[in-house]
Design a protein around this ligand. Sequence first.
Ligand code: NAP
Length: 256
Amino acid sequence: MSTAPGMLHGKVALVTGASSGIGAAAARVFAREGARLVLTARRAERLHDLAAALREDGAEVTHLAADVRDPAAARAVVALAVERFGRLDAAFNNAGYGTGRTPLHLMADEVYDAVVDTNLRGVWNFLRPEIAAMLTAGGGAIVNTSSTGGLVATPVAAPYVASKHAVIGLTKAAAAEYGAHGIRVNAIAPGITGTEMVTDWFAANPGVEEALHRATPQPRTARPEEVAEAAAWLCSDRSSFVTGATLAVDGGFTAL
Ligand code: NAP
C-alpha cells in the first residue's frame, strides 16, 4: 500500500454544489487526497451529513449553506475558509442547474434568469473572492464546471448551453489575468454523469440515455467520481502548467 501523501495534501479547498452528485463526489475525492475542505450548497442537512462522514474518515471539513446567486453569501464562504484554515489554495466552482427542455423562442425569461444566474453569475460570485484570497496566499488553482454543453450545442437547452459556454470564457479571462500571480483557472466539461440532475430527465424521457450512449465512444454514463478525479488533478500541483484549459470528461462525446 502506498504511503505517499495525496495530491491535495495540506491544501485548503472549497467545493460548491457539494450537497450531491459531482460536488459530493469531489468532496470525497479531495478529502481522500488530503485536502482540508470547505463545502457549500443550499441544502445544509446534506452538507452536515457529508462533512460528518468525511470527518469520521479523518478529514478536516467545515461547511456553510449558501446560494451561489448571492455574492455576499459567496464572500462569506471564502471568508470561512480563511478564518478556519488560514488560507485558500483551491476551489471547485461546481454548483449548477439545468432546466427547460423547451424551444428557445417559447422559453420563459424566468428560466433564462434562473439558469444563467446559477451557472454563470454563481461562478462569478465565487471566483472574485477566491482570487482575492489566493492573491493573499501567493497562488492557487480554480476549476469551474462547464459541460459538454459548453463546447457544443444541444437542442432545447439554450440558456444552459449559453451559460456553460460563458463559464469557459470566464475561465479563460481569469486565467489570462492571474497566471502571472500563480493562480491557475481551468474548466471541466462533463458529459452525461449519473447524478440527480439527469436521473429525473432520463426517467421522464425513455430512450434519451441510450441515445446519448450511442453518440459516445465510451457508450455509458459517467460516475460522479470520474468527473471529480479530473477536478482534483486540476486543483493539484500535478497540473502545474495547465491554465485556461477546458478538460472534457465525456467519454469522447465531443471528439466525434
Ligand atoms: P446535482 O447532483 O443536481 O448537483 C448540483 C449541485 O449544485 C447541488 O449540490 C446543488 O445544491 C447545487 N446548486 C444548484 N443550484 C444552487 C444554488 N443556487 N446555490 C447553491 N448551490 C446550488 O447535479 P451534478 O450533475 O452533480 O451537477 C454539478 C455540475 O455539473 C453542474 O454545474 C452541472 O451543470 C454540471 N454538469 C452535469 C452533468 C451531468 O450529466 N450530471 C453534465 C455536464 C455538466 P443545493 O440544491 O443543495 O443548493
